[in-house]
Design a protein. Structure first.
Length: 143
């Protein structure tokens, strides 16, 4: 019997929603590399499209940018809708900056993790795993 955790052995379905195709593909590519065992679905679009796609895919973890095609803070709306319709789907809010008010609002909207774009992309897989395991994720500097 292997000493690895059952959560590490199975693939985690991750949906990444971001405002631009380039950002989304860069994040998805970083998550697919290595031994992350992530099945990554990248999507761009407005908040309506993002929410509908999240409902269809039913990810194990959703990574939602605060900014989608239809506005700077429309990701918060999608996060709130997701948490209302699929309360067992944990979400990570992707923020452009570590402003205290944005972090607090992300958790109020239902995020289980907050990840700032200024942080190393190498930490994002760990964030996703921890959130998938039921933990809360926030960077010490943001805390």
């Amino acid at each position: 019997m292997s000493g690895s955790s059952p959560l590490l052995a199975r693939h985690i379905r991750v949906v990444v929603a971001d405002a631009t195709r380039m950002n989304c593909q860069l994040i998805a590519g970083a998550l697919k590399r290595g031994r992350n065992n992530f099945d990554v679905h990248a999507l761009t679009g407005n908040s309506r499209v993002a929410f509908l796609e999240l409902q269809n895919v039913r990810p194990d973890v959703a990574v939602i940018s605060a900014q989608l095609e239809d506005g700077r803070f429309t990701g918060f709306k999608v996060l709130h809708q997701l948490c209302t319709s699929q309360p067992k789907t944990p979400a990570v809010m992707l923020l452009d900056s570590a402003e205290r008010d944005l972090i607090v609002e992300a958790f109020r909207a239902g995020a289980r993790g907050v990840f700032c774009r200024r942080d190393s992309i190498k930490a994002l897989p760990k964030c996703i795993r921890r959130v998938h395991e039921g933990q809360i994720w926030v960077n010490n500097a943001e805390l």
